[in-house]
Design a binder for this molecule. Structure first.
Ligand SMILES: Cc1cc2nc3c(=O)[nH]c(=O)nc-3n(C[C@H](O)[C@H](O)[C@H](O)COP(=O)(O)OP(=O)(O)OC[C@H]3O[C@@H](n4cnc5c(N)ncnc54)[C@H](O)[C@@H]3O)c2cc1C
Length: 348
């Protein structure tokens, strides 16, 4: 039997953030991933402390950024990669009322660090924005594809990754440990995103799942290095490529890109982008969303060595490091979880 402190199921943003907690505290672990879900891989990767529909602060935005940015920077150093790209994020105004709302929001103490009070004029002839933009500060993009593929290589190099489906029926639970095939572990953390619906221990947690689709376009004439948020976002990713997203679909639970998703994105894009472009990629995934928009973290109600780290919703980049730290402190230091994020706020 191989003895470890933790088994982790899943290798998306939630899992990687938790692995980093384990590495910092010198805990041993093995990760399982079967590539069945791809929310983290298809994500726009944007981090942004402001809800741009309502001009309000993201839940615990400052606390999340204070943990997330140093964490991604430390992974960059350890793995010798670049994944964190800061950029200017511009919210396109569509009415004078919106401009006014922006400036009154930027006066509020909690939003003042994140919203610039300068009205930015549009200087790009391919973008239609007669009322200009508001600038969000402290925003950027995490290159999740590079992060996940490099992190997997890193785990493989220490034999800490098994690229296979985790078979729930083969898990055996004891009072103070679990076994899975040839592994004996003190704890197991399930971080399967929407895949948790197949997990007999946690499948009834109230995770809805919201499908999202994203396009990549090539627009050589556009030449912008800032992100634009309007009815869709445009995120520059280099080499004249831009991500355009995203859709929200609460019915379809597949990872398959659709024609209707593509049409919806292009129709919205064409209202404010007026240059030639070509669609070069189209992907889809299921966001692990929760009705009350808070993560689902904590212990199984009956099996005390089984934990869940899920419900990252639409903002996994910022929230994953924060909830991973909370879960680690809950397990190892017995620090109670806030009711707001505790999975046991629900009966499941
Ligand atoms: C279109 C779209 C755009 C998005 N844009 C953004 C954005 O710009 N910014 C942002 O912050 N967030 C964004 N998100 C949300 C973000 O992607 C999620 O919050 C986050 O990635 C969820 O991470 P996760 O690790 O919980 O789940 P996942 O990324 O789904 O990872 C779960 C992993 O578990 C594995 N797994 C599942 N079951 C098993 C099993 N039985 N055995 C082995 N492995 C298993 C899966 O294969 C997968 O690798 C977007 C999401 C979508 C779909």
């Amino acid at each position: 039997m191989k003895k470890v402190d933790y088994i982790i199921v899943g290798c998306g943003l939630a899992s990687i953030a938790f692995c980093e907690q384990l590495r910092q505290h010198k805990k041993s672990f093995i990760v399982f991933d079967d590539r069945s879900q791809q929310s983290s891989l298809v994500a726009g990767g944007m981090y942004n402390p402001v809800i741009l529909k309502r001009f309000s602060e993201v839940w615990k935005a400052k606390e999340q950024l204070d943990i997330a940015i140093p964490l991604y920077q430390s992974i960059e150093q350890e793995l010798n990669i670049k994944v964190d790209y800061k950029f200017q994020l511009l919210r396109r105004f569509t009415s004078v009322e919106e401009q006014n709302l922006w400036f009154s929001a930027s006066d509020k103490p909690n939003l003042e660090p994140f919203l610039s009070t300068k009205l930015i004029k549009n200087e790009n002839s391919f973008i239609v924005a007669p009322l200009g933009f508001g600038e969000v500060l402290h925003a950027g993009r995490l290159d999740t594809i590079t992060l996940i593929s490099e992190y997997k290589k890193f785990l493989k190099s220490s034999e800490s990754l098994r690229e296979e489906h985790f078979v729930y029926d083969d898990l055996v639970t004891y009072n103070d440990s679990v076994t899975y095939k040839d592994i004996d572990s003190s704890y197991i953390v399930f971080a399967e995103g929407f895949g948790v619906k197949q997990n007999p221990f946690f499948r009834d947690i109230p995770l809805n799942g919201t499908k999202g689709e994203v396009l990549t376009i090539k627009a050589p004439a556009l030449k912008v290095d800032y992100a634009v948020k309007s009815s869709v976002f445009i995120i520059p990713i280099g080499n004249d490529l831009y991500k355009v997203g995203a859709t929200y679909n609460w019915e379809d639970k597949t990872n398959t890109p659709t024609n209707s998703g593509r049409e919806e994105l292009l129709t919205k894009l064409n209202t404010f982008l007026k240059c030639n472009y070509e669609v070069v990629d189209h992907v889809a995934g299921i966001r692990p969303t929760v009705k009350d928009r808070r993560p689902l973290v904590g212990a199984h109600s009956k099996f005390k060595n089984l934990f869940v780290l899920n419900g990252l919703g639409t903002r996994g980049v910022m929230i994953a490091p924060y909830v991973a730290e909370r879960l680690f402190q809950f397990i190892e230091e017995k620090i109670a979880l806030d009711k707001e994020i505790d999975v046991n706020r629900f009966n499941y």
